[in-house]
Design a protein around this ligand. Sequence first.
Ligand code: CP
Length: 333
Amino acid sequence: MPTHFLRLRDLSDEALENLVDLAIRMKQKPPNRLLAGKSLGLLFFNRSLRTRATFEIAMFQLGGQSIHLSSSADFWELEAEEGKVMDGPAPEHVKDAARVLSSYLDALAIRAVPSGPKYEVDRRDAPLHAWARHATVPLINMESFFEHPCQGLADVVTLRETFGASLRGIPFTLAWTNHPSAQTPSVAHSILHAAARLGMEVRVAHPEGYELDAEVLEGAREAARRSGGSVKICYDLSEALAGTRVVYARSWGSIPLHGQPTVEAAKRSRHREWIVNGAAMRRTDKGKFMHSMPVRRNVVVTDDVLDGEDSLVFRQAANRLHSQKAVLATLLQ
Ligand code: CP
């Protein structure tokens, strides 16, 4: 059974620490040709700028190579259901594609998309786990509906660089923001878990009806109990920002309205005041602004905050490269 990188919560504390330390070391002293002769397959079922670019550049700088395959242009539509009579549109099953690609490549990386209108189905990340079951080489989650561990890792690296080795007790606000469309909760889930696990004083701020997945919240609370941190829910953005040191902005869809985009959009449009602007940042204690990008300027965050000296956004994006290298070196060496 190969070792996969699917969710931050699958990692032991030691494994997470090792990845963060390795990413920081690789940033300070870029390694050479660690992965000479190794090849990585990047399968995208959705668009990407940072993730695709950083994985390709990471493999190149480590002496290996990558191939990029896009579901819209390169490969057959895939069936993921076990035992299915495949008389529908998909001519190939994930189990066959995974087995074939595993025979060519040393690792696979997948960016999946939500599969349908039901939250209970999407939250299981079935396409990702189908690949994980059938790949015989390490599989990396480049973002699924439920998790974005590569982003979470780069975010932890960025927090460590900014605040030092111990993040315990530092107030951290995960702030829901307005957005023209319902976003997946992947980034929010990964950073919530990481911040709670590192002992931060986490505040999750969102309007009523935008509660995060109950199981994810309970997992974060359990991680906080172990680390000495805390997780608190706020329905008032201003209250959640008071005295915080980090504002991590991210939108996510309403679970009760999952699969109903028109109704959900109408509800979301009533929350345009959920934006991170200069007044919001002045409520913080010299707070740093974070976002995973792509970011909607002047909807999610105003230009002055995003381009200001307390914005960590471009550092987060830059750290994706070093974090990706750490994941690749750990899985492939
Ligand atoms: N943050 C992130 O994953 O960016 P991309 O979607 O552009 O890869």
